[in-house]
Write a protein that binds this ligand. Structure first.
Ligand code: PDD
Length: 288
């Protein structure tokens, strides 16, 4: 099946999909995006993703390109046309095309791009073996809570992780606290059994998977501490893991050169992976 993308009102072959050279997303990263998981043909937490999209649009003073109902139709149509049963859909909204000028154009129609691709979400090998992360300084702009396409520090960090044989880089703020990963949220389980992830302030993206897992934990009366944690505390933790819509939950078995716990995916993490899998299979909180 050949891939189809949605670009500004049209469904086009992926290889022929184009945006204008003066699209502000291209020139200024003046754009926001979402990545939504699809499991068994069903969107996982679509409403939470659309809610976050609106917060990102508002933060950039960008107009919604269409109603949520219309957006859901387009997302569903791209997924259907690409035959994606399990995978991810990517949605990007830019301020549109206008002659290059830093200030907003007086009149530009928002640009919309949607793509979808098949992908194994809960990858058995990653879950069974866990992954390594490195730690690097968090050099991002002051608003990583907005899901904008301003992702250069994230891309540089991910490349550094890859070249170090790691799966992800955890970003560290000036106080020595881990904020999050380049494309995932960071979690630890302390030796005392406390599950910890950084509180969602302006320093991190409030992940939808993070919100979903919070929900799963609350429904099982499991306590979650949302607070800062240092690299030293993370390295002394008995378990660690990361969350994102594109991989759900992956155990972390080493941070820099330090093994976490016994260097294998932890029991608490594996239980959370199972519980989250059941939640995602039901569509998350959007479940009918
Ligand atoms: N990234 N933090 C950052 C910086 C991210 O880019 C992401 C997601 C997350 C996790 O958010 P969520 O659970 O909503 O996916 C946290 C997506 C997957 C991406 O850019 O591809």
């Amino acid at each position: 099946m050949s891939r189809i993308a949605y670009v500004n009102g049209r469904y086009v072959p992926h290889r022929a999909a184009r945006v204008h050279i003066e699209d502000r997303g291209f020139q200024f990263a003046d754009a926001v995006y979402e990545v939504i998981a699809i499991e068994d043909g069903v969107f996982v937490d679509e409403a939470l993703h659309l809610g976050r999209l609106h917060r990102s649009l508002d933060a950039l003073r960008l107009r919604a390109p269409m109603s949520d109902a219309a957006l859901r139709v387009v997302l569903g149509e791209v997924v259907r046309r690409n035959g994606v049963d399990e995978g991810i859909v990517y949605l990007q909204v830019t301020r549109g095309t206008a002659p290059r000028d830093f200030a907003f154009p007086a009149a530009a129609r928002p640009g919309v791009v949607v793509t979808a691709r098949r992908k194994r979400l809960a990858e058995p090998k990653l879950i069974a073996e866990g992954v390594r992360v490195i730690t690097i300084p968090d050099i991002r702009w002051g608003r990583p809570d907005i899901k904008s396409v301003s992702l250069l520090p994230n891309a540089l960090g991910k490349q550094q992780a890859k070249e170090s044989g790691a799966f992800e880089a955890w970003l560290v703020d000036r106080d020595g606290n881990v904020t999050e990963g380049t494309s995932s949220n960071a979690w630890i389980v302390t030796a005392a059994g406390e599950v910890v992830t950084r509180h969602a302030d302006r320093a991190i993206l409030e992940g939808v998977t993070r919100t979903g897992l919070r929900h799963v934990m609350a429904s099982q009366q499991l306590r979650l501490s949302e607070r800062p944690f240092t690299v030293a505390e993370a390295k002394a933790a008995s378990e660690a893991f990361l969350t994102s819509a594109s991989n759900f939950i992956i155990p972390v078995i080493a941070i820099d050169k330090t093994a976490i716990g016994d260097g294998r995916p932890g029991l608490r993490t594996r239980r959370l992976i199972e519980a989250y899998a059941a939640y995602a299979a039901g569509g998350g909180q959007d479940a009918p």
